[in-house]
Design a protein around this ligand. Structure first.
Ligand code: BGC
Length: 367
């Protein structure tokens, strides 16, 4: 009896393996397709932001190493354009479409068309909401990004000592774009840590604006951050310095830096300024002492994880996943791989950025 059960189990296993090994794309394709190169369509929000250029380069070269080819599309921040480009990639019969969405909530119909065409969709870095058409999500631990920025603020401002002394520090917030699901996660992680310091008066936000909606900057606009910071300084910090710019993006940090210089801040009263992405310019600013920290997201690791995900999907195996809880998009909880973000500052930039070869010393020291 045991043997019969074992044989049946074996036959079922073989059937599963055989079905999962059918080509990535269904519908009239032959087994030969499996020997072909995997064709990945990659749809980017925009390349205006430095980070996405790095992601593109490293993803394309990693995919090449795995024998896949990538058709890169750039929506230049335009959601309608991104929809068209996804439809183009569907028409081109990609095996998998990887999407860095310009708007987490507006691509539902496009990705559902891909699903209907038998094309697998993977969300890259940013989650796509309100659809079951995404198979997997490859990203960084977004809540952890907020947590490590908040912990950096506590350390750099020595907030526990400030609290013991009954003193306080002033703080203003520059949060991410409300059309990007990541931005909510950054805010949640950050506030979970900083809230107790605000509640007991160790942190004082003189503008009184610290909810997500009050501090979110649409489309991650560096220009809007550059306009917001002088307004805050002018209205709330005439008699007292601003001590902390809690920013979740290097672009916002640049805007704050310019505004602070214009307002006459110097080394003597220069505030803590945080950022995210470890852009080349941000790293230079950290070395110069005009930006306190950034969040290093090793795009090489993310690209590798995502390309192996694509490979697994095309070969019918299960990719490595390390989170099945956090990313519910209101329809499904998307199985995710979360890479680990790391804080960089003047103390560890040499080890983390230069020694790891992320940027060379020449790049960092150059103009
Ligand atoms: C990414 C960040 C990036 C921001 C602006 C977010 O979705 O996770 O790394 O700084 O978009 O492009």
């Amino acid at each position: 009896m045991k043997n019969i059960v074992r044989s049946i189990a074996l036959i079922i296993c073989c059937m599963i393996v055989m079905t999962s090994c059918t080509p990535a794309k269904q519908g009239g394709q032959t087994q030969e397709k499996n020997e072909d190169k995997i064709r990945i369509g990659m749809s980017f929000d925009s390349f205006i932001i430095e980070r996405w250029q790095r992601d593109r380069d490293v993803f394309v070269s990693t995919a090449k190493e795995y024998g896949a080819e990538v058709n890169v599309q750039n929506a230049s921040g335009d959601v309608e354009e991104q929809k068209k480009q996804i439809e183009y990639l569907i028409a081109k019969e990609m095996d998998v479409i990887v999407i860095i969405c310009a708007d987490s909530e507006k691509l539902k119909d496009s990705v559902e068309k891909a699903k209907d065409a038998g094309i697998r969709v993977i969300a890259y870095d940013r989650l796509l909401m309100d659809t079951d058409a995404i198979l997997y999500y490859a990203t960084f631990d977004n809540k952890m990004v907020g947590t490590i920025i908040a912990n950096e603020i506590i350390d750099q401002a020595d907030l526990n000592e400030v609290r013991k002394a009954g003193d306080y520090r002033t703080i203003e917030f520059f949060m991410g774009s409300p059309d990007d699901n990541n931005a909510y996660m950054f805010y949640t992680g950050l506030m979970e840590v900083l809230r107790p310091y605000m509640d007991d008066g160790t942190l004082v936000c003189k503008s009184g604006k610290f909810t997500f909606n009050e501090t979110a900057i649409i489309r991650w606009s560096e220009e809007m951050a550059a306009e917001k910071c002088p307004r805050l300084l002018e209205t709330h910090y005439k008699d007292e310095d601003l001590d902390i710019c809690a920013s979740v993006f290097d672009g916002f940090a640049y805007g704050c830096k310019t505004a602070l210089e214009d307002a006459g801040y110097t080394e003597r009263n220069w505030p803590i300024i945080t950022g995210q992405d470890a852009d080349l310019k941000a790293c230079k600013n950290i070395l110069e002492g005009v930006q306190t920290s950034s969040v290093y997201k090793d795009t090489r690791v993310l690209a590798e994880k995502c390309v192996t995900m694509v490979n697994a999907v095309c070969n019918g195996s299960t990719p490595e996943i390390n989170d099945i809880e956090q990313y519910n998009n209101r329809v499904i909880t998307v199985p995710s791989y979360l890479c680990t973000p790391v804080i960089i500052n003047a103390d560890n930039i040499q080890e983390i950025i230069i020694d790891s070869g992320y940027y060379t010393e020449e790049e960092l020291m150059g103009e």
